[in-house]
Ligand binder design. Sequence first.
Ligand code: NZQ
Ligand code: ZN
Length: 386
Amino acid sequence: MKNFEFYNPVRILFGKGTISKISNHLPAGVPVLFVYGGGSIKKNGVYDQVVKALGATEYYEFSGVQPNPSYEQLMPALGIIRGKNIGFILAVGGGSVIDGSKFLAAAACYKGDEPWDLLSLQPEVKEALPIGTVLTLPATGTEMNGNSVISRISVNHKLAFGSSLLMPRFSVLDPEVTYSLPKNQIANGVIDAFIHVLEQYLTYPSRAEVQDRFAESLLLILKDTGSKVFADPEPDYNDRANFMWAATNALNTSISMGVINDWSTHTIGHELTALYGFDHAVSLAIVLPGVLTLLREKRKEKLLQYGERIWGITSFDHQAAILETIKYTEQFFRCLGVNTKLSEYGIGSEAIDKVVNQLNSHGATMLGRARDVTIDDVPAILGTRL
Ligand code: NZQ
Ligand code: ZN
């Protein structure tokens, strides 16, 4: 196991009715910016619960944050933050609202002229407004990490940045708020969280047994309970609770400690989203089988471990077992209603050059932290996805 530092200061308020506790965790006497998305929270009662919980707190609203949040759409909020002397941001929504709020938290304190530089130049974040979140979509893990992914529509870029200063002060996880999720968003959440685990676990053996077994328990819960949540005609509280907590743990850094991480599937997936507007999880479901096929020899040991412990696949013929494992993984995504081939979205081989050009345009040549996927591998990876 490699050396590591573990730091996660996010306070989790988990369970039914926990939105009502928000005010206990807001700084006193500070105007709050309440950020939300396209209106789902007004239909499912979350907006009313938040307003009630805010009570007498002075607050202002910024709404309409869209999926794959964009710089262009977020920038006007900086005017409210400065004009109203906002000292705390409360993000209520899925990953897009929370990531958008993190960007605003850093942009509001950024000393340079152009806040997009936070993403394109990756300077160290020196200061940020504090944020809190009410999560409505278990998927990204952003509620318990310091990362944010923002798109700039004018140049077709989708980039990530991060800092421990962007970790929420608190995150409210009430499984009941997920009852209003449409099926495709449940599928997205299960797939995104599942692939988060794989990007950290399915690399090379590190003798990190706690992390491995923890990762495998998350994969099993996402596979079994996630499928049940997707299929159930009526929501079951405990299934929702387990799905929600699994998705949070999939990307709160616990399982990435001391092991070799990857993230090449995410890097390529972000380019597909920037080019074609895919939902984040859909882009990953397309790319991952291609990455695993490419790496089936190099990552043999972990692929065999994953296949045996998650899918019950064993064989003396290791190559056959690995191919079967990749097939089961892809089939899992398809059973959740997500197509995994570019052609199924009306996209042909022209996508390959476009993705390569996009990666080149921001100097991304080494695509994963495991250092076994480069820009030169993209044609082979996407070639299997046509
Ligand atoms: O906008 P509203 O009306 O709220 O509707 C949203 C949106 O249309 C809807 N929704 C959310 N909660 C709901 C609900 N509808 C009904 N009931 C509820 N309880 O779902 C739609 C999708 O929401 P979005 O926030 O876009 O989805 P998700 O949580 O999957 O976030 C995706 C974004 O997070 C980034 C992705 O790249 C993408 O931009 N990621 C962030 C990460 C991080 N910060 O650590 C890591 C991830 O890998 C990912 O890259
Ligand atoms: Zn993701």
